[in-house]
Design a protein. Structure first.
Length: 459
């Protein structure tokens, strides 16, 4: 996010200042230009919010250093002077690289905030405590800015959404909404639970898919290196002396010759498909199709599907306040799943049916095709009895228990399968290597020459 401060003059000569934020510098400047054109303003200056490094001292105490975000150097100097500090130096930070803080740090912030809110501690004090204890500089600076803006009376939802590049879009929305709601503690607890489950799910997904895939890929490269480079050095000695090769050795040598002769073709076959798949998945249509196919993966797909429904129901439970205001919670809950296919079906099929045709929630969800029969049955029951809010929480807890148990068993099964694949490959390589021991020269005179050739390879 980029925040710009502008100074402009009205048609009557009156001077005014304001600030706007956007995803990029060019986008934010365009916003200012459109605002100036609409209100007939003449822009005098535009300043970008940046980080300034300062060194100050109070009385005869030891100088202290720190950093502060501001639009210019003068703002920092004036703020420090008001706090009673003697300003020794203020310089703009030349290289400002802000990485998104780890998910664990964000989860810790939300979880501790929820616990302290439950103890009736004022939110301003909570922010001050967490600012002092937070180690990640990006998160610390974001909390400082949020605290300052909230003290000035800024809208909490708009303030947190300005820092969605730090917290994430959904988390920022929930935290901003919490400050305006009458149940701040409950929303913080629900957000912490959501973040913990998402982090746990991604960790399990890496264990179930990514780690085995990387292991198999590295093993594949090792086998290619052995077949293309190490094994032929020995096998070609037998060919040189006209010795007949055993079946597996002959086949492996042919494979080696093919790999060496078509090295660029093999490299392209290994490298290009993953790159093409990655680029395709970054497009809007590609991401939707990619997320759709994930749900169709045997064994793992149904677990991913149920986890998405769990996340949806958990968020919906937190935001739902009545049937008259069900559309916004449905939309936000669909976005919170992180699956573009699930989100697309709910937002473009279920919600339009509810708004335009006035159908019930369960009927619209059935048409979307992304809810299981169990989920539809439970939601239909909750809709009829007027307990859909509590039913959503029960469904979320049910799917959490089921998916955690099954995913754990699946990870253990995949680890066993990977171990068996590695064992099979090692046995195959051992058999191919050991087969060379059965090679017999046609006459004894060739043995000495062969031994000398082998010795020369190691000297």
């Amino acid at each position: 996010m980029v925040e710009l401060k502008f100074t402009a003059i009205k048609a009557n000569g009156q001077s005014l200042t304001g600030s706007l934020s956007g995803d990029s510098l060019s986008e934010t400047k365009k916003k200012i230009s459109r605002l100036a054109e609409k209100n007939q303003l003449k822009i005098q200056s535009i300043e970008k919010k940046a980080t300034f490094l300062y060194k100050v001292r109070k009385g005869k105490e030891k100088p202290i250093t720190g950093e502060q975000k501001a639009f210019n150097k003068k703002e920092v100097e004036e703020a420090l002077a008001r706090l009673g500090y003697e300003v020794l130096s203020v310089n703009k930070k030349l290289f400002e690289v802000q990485r998104k803080p780890p998910v664990a740090d964000i989860v810790t912030f939300v979880k501790i905030s929820a616990e302290l809110l439950d103890q009736k501690l004022p939110y301003g004090e909570i922010l001050n405590l967490l600012i002092n204890d937070t180690q990640n500089s990006t998160l610390k600076n974001a909390l400082k800015e949020i605290n300052n803006e909230l003290k000035k009376g800024a809208d909490s939802e708009a303030t947190f959404l300005k820092y969605q590049h730090v917290f994430g879009k959904f988390t920022s929305y929930m935290l901003g909404l919490a400050s305006k709601s009458g149940n701040m503690t409950e929303i913080y607890k629900a957000t912490a639970k959501f973040l913990e489950r998402r982090q746990e799910f991604r960790k399990n997904l890496r264990s179930a898919l990514i780690t085995p895939a990387v292991t198999v890929f590295v093993l594949f490269l090792a086998v290619i290196f052995y077949v293309a480079y190490i094994f032929p050095e020995t096998a070609r000695l037998f060919v040189k002396f006209g010795i007949d090769l055993p079946p597996m050795t002959a086949f492996t040598l042919k494979m080696s010759d093919f790999l060496i002769e078509n090295v660029w073709l093999v490299t392209a076959f290994i490298v290009l498909p993953p790159i093409a798949l990655f680029q395709w998945s970054r497009t809007k249509k590609g991401r939707i199709l990619f997320d759709q196919y994930i749900l169709k993966i045997p064994v793992l797909g149904p677990l991913v599907h149920k986890t998405l429904i769990e996340v949806y129901c958990r968020v919906f439970y937190t935001l739902y306040s009545g049937s008259a205001e069900s559309i916004e919670p449905i939309r936000i809950a669909a976005e919170a799943t992180g699956n573009r296919y699930f989100e697309d079906r709910v937002k473009n099929i279920a919600i339009p049916m509810m708004i335009k045709k006035g159908v019930g929630m369960t009927e619209a969800f059935t048409a979307s095709g992304v809810f299981t029969e169990t989920a539809l049955s439970r939601l239909h029951s909750g809709e009829e009895t007027g307990t859909i809010k509590n039913t959503s929480l029960q469904l979320a807890n049910y799917y959490e228990s089921e998916t955690v148990y099954k995913l754990k068993n699946l990870i253990e099964l995949i680890q066993v399968i990977i171990a068996m694949i590695i064992m099979f490959v090692m046995i195959a390589l051992t058999l191919v290597s050991a087969e060379t021991a059965t090679v017999r020269p046609k006459n004894p005179a060739e043995i000495g020459a062969l031994i000398e050739q082998i010795k020369s390879m190691f000297t």
